[in-house]
Design a protein around this ligand. Structure first.
Ligand code: PMP
Length: 317
């Protein structure tokens, strides 16, 4: 991976090599940070780099901080502006990924979430696909269980919780699968290692409820809206059994990183016809057009990097 040229660090854009923390930093030791993951999409026709739903990502970022008693010292507008400034400094003319991190910067020993100073760092790298095989994933059910709301809240993007994601992803890869489907403590489907889950069963799109120990995904919200409003497909948020997935017509993961990745096999059983289904296919096309700023109706979801103003936050479903 090529390292970034710049980072947003301690309130300003600095060379990436200067964005450093000491080894006793609280979050580095205890996982007490929160982070985000945004994508920038290069639109060649418009010669523009669009960041998808940045205000929504930073809303969740601030909310995740709140879960950790972390008073992040920037407003949502300031964080969006810092992201766009950073991308302009990088001068990307390609798809990219943005990683904001809020961390407790004190170099101290002791587990707690108070009397600590939060800082924010943001870095970005050029980025293509996150999953090698996003048109046809073969997945397994993880033996690891998703973190629970009263352990480490899954609804926020909390650094320490990604030990759980790393365990599941590693188990899947070492076992010869592309990804894992992670169940919650009740034995119902939660999500992938770093993506939300949908299945199509009897023509209805089903996705786990927000109270099933899942991250409150922004792509999930976008997909629910597109299924309902653009494709007239019923969407139900409900608990899903593992074996319902075995009998689904289609299934996919969605998230900023994975985008929209079709699942064609689970635990050695083909899903539907064992190839990407028509709903997933149509949804992928629509999603990729929207994030790249090619659909005027949804252009307000995309923040242009190469113009003077960040634009104002708009309310979206
Ligand atoms: N679940 C987890 C555990 C994740 O890490 C991610 C990636 N942020 C998602 C779901 C998808 O969330 P989003 O659509 O907001 O990127």
């Amino acid at each position: 991976m090529t390292l970034p040229k710049f980072a947003f660090f301690k309130g300003q854009i600095v060379p990436y090599s200067e964005a450093k923390v000491g080894i006793l930093t609280h979050t580095f030791n205890y996982g007490t940070g929160v982070f985000g993951g945004l994508r920038g999409y290069w639109n060649e026709e418009a010669k523009q780099l669009y960041v998808f739903r940045p205000f929504d990502h930073f809303t969740r970022f601030l909310e995740s901080g709140k879960l950790l008693l972390m008073d992040i010292p920037y407003s949502k507008d300031q964080l969006v502006r810092a992201t766009l400034d950073l991308l302009r400094a990088e001068n990307f003319r390609t798809d990219c990924y943005v990683r904001p991190l809020a961390y407790y910067s004190d170099e101290v020993i002791g587990v707690r979430l108070y009397d600590l100073k939060p800082e924010v760092a943001i870095a970005s790298i050029p980025f293509g696909s996150y999953l090698a095989n996003e048109e046809g994933l073969s997945i397994c059910t993880a033996s690891w269980v998703r973190v629970e709301d009263n352990m480490i809240p899954a609804r926020g993007k909390i650094s320490g919780a990604y030990v759980n994601s790393s365990l599941t992803k590693t188990e899947a890869h070492k076992g010869g699968y592309d990804e894992a489907l992670v169940l919650n403590q009740n034995g119902h489907v939660a999500e992938g290692s770093a993506a939300n889950f949908f299945m199509i069963r009897r023509g209805v799109a089903c996705t786990p409820r927000l109270t099933d120990n899942i991250l409150e995904g922004i792509t999930r919200r976008t997909i629910m809206h597109l299924l309902r409003e653009e494709m007239s497909i019923e969407v139900v948020e409900r608990s899903i059994d593992r074996t319902e997935v075995y009998l689904a017509e289609e299934a996919f993961f969605c998230g900023t990183g994975v985008q929209l990745a079709s699942i064609i096999k689970i635990d050695h059983r083909p899903i539907g016809a064992g190839r990407m289904g028509p709903i997933t296919q149509a949804l992928r096309k629509l999603y990729f057009d929207i994030v790249r700023g090619r659909v005027p109706k949804y252009l307000s979801l995309c923040a242009p990097v190469y113009q003077a103003q960040a634009g104002a936050e708009q309310v979206h479903p």
